[in-house]
Design a protein around this ligand. Sequence first.
Ligand code: 5GP
Ligand code: ZN
Length: 116
Amino acid sequence: MTVPDCIFCKIVRGEVPSRPAISTERTYAFHDINPAAPVHVLVVPREHITDAAGVGPEHGGLLAEMMTTAASVAEAQDIAEKGYRLVFNVGRHALNSVPHLHMHVIGGHHLGWPPG
Ligand code: 5GP
Ligand code: ZN
């Protein structure tokens, strides 16, 4: 299922342009419009799930595909060896701004920790 007014559903449907990174059957990875690091890619499911708190046991295969897509992104962007960060933001305190599940793949330089 996709949601008509959801920005990431629109990106998945090709109605809003995006810079592709990796495309798989159930996932799509594209470059963040406002990158926080030299590599900043978003991995989304093609189906609409609101956020990580909305993931259930029925999404196990889809989540695994998101993880393998993220690993493929890291290989393709040449950050696999040096390392990178995978992030799901949930809710206001985490500054989640788009209500369609997305995993940030962030890397390309040394990342600080803890994040804040
Ligand atoms: P959140 O804060 O919800 O975890 O992350 C949402 C991310 O989506 C942000 O990093 C933001 O820059 C990115 N973003 C929001 N709208 C668009 C868009 O239309 N295109 C792309 N490529 N990225 C977007
Ligand atoms: Zn959506």
